[in-house]
Ligand binder design. Structure first.
Ligand code: NAP
Length: 299
């Protein structure tokens, strides 16, 4: 299979999926797209993509199918549900799931696909909506190596740091490692900014000073400037971060690995979900610390 000559199925045109699909089209890939809410297909339809009526319809028209949806049950539904991919999948097809879901469910779905002579590649991403737009995502890949190798041109169209990490589920496991780091760092940034605000520090100067030294991080350098301006639009929504932390906690519990730092971050995010702030970006974690300290970290 030469992936450059294949029609590519793409399911899930959300914050991440739409710009990723756009980049594939920019690089000349012919797309068959499906999104549950059809109105989100308009832009790609105008650019020449074929619009499918359901996931089964995608699998009829494409042997390489990318999924970028929310959580494990959503990927299960796309594959195994009514009018799902499994109803019409052709032998030797490859499903590339780029959503962040459970490593365990990934392995189960891969086994289902293998039973039909097909493959599942898990290829979750990091780099946020900005990385999706710019085509600079980090992509962490698990699954059959031969299937991965055939799909490299697709990954190169959507990302820059493309790492094959091992057998089915390993891409998702690597992504959970990423989420431990991301949530812990966001937690530290929120705590630090509230400390600085209560101390009467100039917040912009503080970010410039510490962001150029050993404390630099993607969260500090990209999200802290947005926090102090009061910009809480998502990038990455709190409700999705909390979904990922649930996956981390479940996986850690199954291995008896203590993860106190991640658990704390998850509790702080929970306080924001209970206030109905799940659709805000993860930088809104600062609001949980602001409530505790009675101060706002804004310029
Ligand atoms: P999003 O904007 O909420 O988009 C979710 C997409 O999934 C929408 O197209 C939605 O369709 C579709 N969907 C959800 N459940 C479905 C179902 N049961 N059947 C069919 N379609 C379904 O989320 P996102 O930010 O793009 O995130 C997508 C995935 O990437 C998540 O797993 C997330 O954790 C991961 N991720 C996100 C970021 C980020 O910065 N945003 C970064 C790295 C990884 P509708 O349009 O009909 O709702």
């Amino acid at each position: 299979m030469d992936v450059k000559k294949e029609k590519i199925g793409f399911i899930g045109l959300g914050i991440m999926g739409l710009p990723m699909a756009r980049n594939l089209m920019k690089d000349g890939f012919e797309l068959v797209v499906y999104n549950r809410t059809r109105s989100k297909c308009t832009e790609l339809e105008e650019k020449g993509a074929i619009i499918a009526n359901n996931p089964a319809d995608v699998a009829t028209n494409a042997k390489v199918i990318i999924t970028m949806v929310t959580d494990s049950p959503d990927v299960q539904e796309l594959l195994l549900g009514e009018e799902g991919i499994m109803e019409t999948i052709q032998k030797d097809s490859i499903v590339i799931d780029m959503s962040t879901i459970s490593p365990k469910i990934t392995k189960e779905l891969n086994a289902e696909l293998n039973s039909k002579g097909c493959y599942m590649i898990d290829a979750p991403v990091s780099g946020g909506s900005w990385g999706a737009i710019e085509g600079t995502l980090s992509i962490m890949i698990g699954g059959a190596k031969s299937a991965y190798e055939r799909c490299v041109p697709l990954f190169e169209s959507m990302g820059k740091n493309i790492i094959y990490t091992g057998e089915s589920g390993m891409g998702q496991t690597t992504k959970l490692v990423n989420q431990i780091l991301v949530a812990g760092t966001m937690n530290a940034v929120a705590e630090a900014l509230v400390f600085a605000a209560k101390s009467g520090a100039d917040l912009e100067k503080t970010i410039d000073a510490v962001g150029g030294g050993a404390a630099a991080s993607w969260q500090l350098n990209n999200l802290a400037p947005r926090i102090v301006k009061g910009d809480f639009d998502p990038g990455f929504m709190i409700k999705l971060q909390q979904k990922d932390l649930r996956l981390v906690i479940e996986t850690a519990q199954a291995m008896n690995v203590p993860i106190p730092g991640t658990s704390l971050a998850s509790q702080m995010f929970a306080s924001l979900l209970s206030k109905g702030l799940g659709d805000e970006g993860t930088q809104a974690l600062v609001k949980a610390y602001e409530t505790l300290a009675g101060v706002e970290a804004r310029t």
